[in-house]
Design a protein around this ligand. Structure first.
Ligand code: HEC
Length: 161
């Protein structure tokens, strides 16, 4: 299974690792003589259609927060960056929005979710302490690292209510 670390370090060696993994996978399939298995090996989280709608809504809000924060940062409005990032770090995730969904979420999902809150909080702190570009970018990197970590680990499988 592909598990990315919470903090993704941009590193060109990763490209070679990825190519190596891909070739290794192809050779493995060719030699085994079996049908290729589902290449999407992410862990399934079974949810109802209503749960899925909650996840989608929270996710679009996440993306919208990142967009608004980046827009405010681009015009040097650190006060707005800090308040948007604070607000986003306190906003409930999918589990906090719907207790019946929360009951279905694995601990790993919840832990990664805390990484999203921490990433937004890191951006708020960076903005309040002067908004040095390296510090702001470090916060954005932790935040998007948490997004990626979940997206590469979990997927929803929708069941009827
Ligand atoms: C703990 C897990 C988790 C975290 C953390 C997470 N996501 Fe998601 N996200 C998902 C899953 C699962 C889906 C797929 C939902 C589906 O199948 O409909 C998704 C879907 C999305 C979508 C598509 C929404 C749509 O309209 O259908 C966007 C955009 C998105 N995520 C953005 C983000 C961003 C930005 C972050 C970080 C700030 C983030 N996500 C963090 C689990 C997560």
């Amino acid at each position: 299974m592909l598990r990315l670390p919470m903090r993704i370090q941009p590193n060109h060696h990763l490209r070679f690792v990825a190519v190596g993994l891909l070739l290794g996978g192809l050779v493995g399939v060719a030699c085994s003589g079996e049908e290729p298995v589902d290449p999407d090996a992410r862990l399934s989280v079974r949810v109802t259609p209503a749960h899925r709608a909650v996840v989608g809504e929270v996710m679009r809000r996440n993306l919208s927060s990142i967009h608004q924060i980046s827009t405010a940062a681009a015009r040097g409005d650190l006060r707005t960056v800090a308040s948007l990032a604070d607000e986003a770090s306190k906003a409930p995730g999918p589990g906090g929005t719907d207790p019946t969904l929360r009951a279905r979420l694995p601990q790993g999902w919840l832990d990664i979710g805390k990484g999203v809150d921490a990433g937004f909080a890191e951006i708020a702190t960076a903005a309040r302490s002067g908004g040095a570009p390296a510090q702001m970018n470090a916060g954005m990197a932790s935040l998007t690292g948490a997004c990626l970590s979940c997206h590469t680990t979990y997927r929803l499988v929708v069941e009827e209510d």
